[in-house]
Design a protein around this ligand. Structure first.
Ligand SMILES: Cc1cc2nc3c(=O)[nH]c(=O)nc-3n(C[C@H](O)[C@H](O)[C@H](O)COP(=O)(O)O)c2cc1C
Length: 330
């Protein structure tokens, strides 16, 4: 798909799903496809690992069927390696490549990648321009406001990324200093929207349809990207779509949550086997019921579960009491 077609679809759908390490794996992306995701993305992948065809990384590149556009996100600081990985992703049929310029995790920034690229605009430009040059699919970038609260250069970087030829920019409206412990700076996102002529996607603190509308109202972004709000909550796709269309949204019933959670477990087991599937489900299952009474007990309880049967029986302990979902501790 051309950059023009990609941008037209992005502006029409107004919703780009995030890369989430440890969560947007193939099983969850299958769930997202079933929930009508217009765009979805792998978690961040090391360009080096893609280039050397690491079996673990190649497995992460499996794609679910569906009408969505599927992206893959790369991190790295070497322009040649990033471009070479992007070429592989294009050959594997990905619809777009996203460059990670926002990750603040130590293992990533200590290698000069992620948000560290924001500290070296020339290098960031070179990485983006080399990747854009190497592939014919759209290239997007995900950035923060800056490496730290003092060094906020997202506006300048955005201009350079547009010069490099990127198709769209996702702006996480916080700096890299505290990962998530800062309020989202909507004014800073708006400044970027007003200064570039590619679509800007607003990210940070979008948990509901209302938050999505607020993000657009306060910043003028072309699309929104929920982050943590997607985990255990594929229904946010429909919720945001309803909000943009002025329609009311019916939250999923407890039974529906259990059904999707069960299916998610099944997909995990198909993908990595029972042992690893159950280990992943220990952090995923509680997210489907994060609003439940005794949710902390639920999180602690699942940590000791090591079989599919055990995981399924946890669902029986989630019941409705009045209008609340309760995890029954005994
Ligand atoms: C568990 C987790 C994993 C994440 N993995 C990635 C990633 O692989 N690539 C990336 O660009 N951002 C990643 N992020 C950042 C999110 O995509 C998003 O920018 C951030 O959570 C802010 O949005 P929120 O306030 O709505 O959560 C991750 C965030 C979380 C919580």
């Amino acid at each position: 798909m051309s950059s023009t077609g990609f941008n037209r679809r992005l502006r029409a759908e107004k919703l780009l799903l995030p890369p989430l390490a440890g969560y947007t794996d193939y099983p969850f992306r299958r769930i997202l496809a079933e929930h009508g995701a217009p765009f979805m993305c792998t978690q961040m992948l090391s360009s080096e690992a893609v280039v050397r065809r690491s079996p673990r990384t190649l497995k992460m590149l499996e794609k679910p069927d569906g009408g969505h556009l599927h992206g893959a996100q790369l991190f790295g600081d070497d322009a040649v390696s990033m471009a070479s990985a992007a070429v592989s992703l294009e050959a594997l049929g990905f619809d777009y490549v996203d460059i990670n310029m926002g990750c603040a995790v130590k293992a990533v920034i200590s290698n000069g990648a992620g948000v560290s690229l924001m500290g070296d605009l020339e290098k960031a430009y070179r990485v983006a321009a080399t990747v854009v040059e190497a592939v014919s699919i759209p290239v997007t970038c995900k950035i923060r406001l800056g490496e730290s609260r003092r060094e906020q250069n997202a506006l300048e970087l955005s201009g350079r990324l547009v010069d490099a030829g990127v198709s769209a920019i996702t702006v996480h409206g916080r700096s890299g200093e505290k990962k998530f412990g800062e309020p989202v700076n909507y004014d800073a996102i708006r400044e970027i929207v007003e200064s570039v002529d590619v679509p800007v996607v607003g990210n940070g603190g979008v948990y509901t349809g209302f938050d999505a509308l607020e993000m657009v109202r306060l910043t003028g972004v072309d699309a929104v990207m929920p982050g943590r709000g997607l985990i255990g909550n594929p229904w946010i796709i429909e919720e945001i779509r309803c909000a943009f269309n002025g329609e009311s949204f019916a939250a999923p019933s407890l039974d529906e949550r259990k059904t999707v959670c069960r299916r998610h477990l099944g997909y995990l087991v198909d993908y990595v086997g029972e042992k690893d599937g159950v280990v992943t489900m220990r952090r995923v299952l509680p997210r489907y019921f994060s609003g439940a009474v005794h949710a902390t007990d639920l999180r602690e309880f699942v940590v000791n579960i090591s079989s599919v049967g055990g995981m399924l029986s946890v669902l029986d302990r989630l019941v409705e009491v009045g209008d609340q979902v309760v995890f029954q501790r005994v």
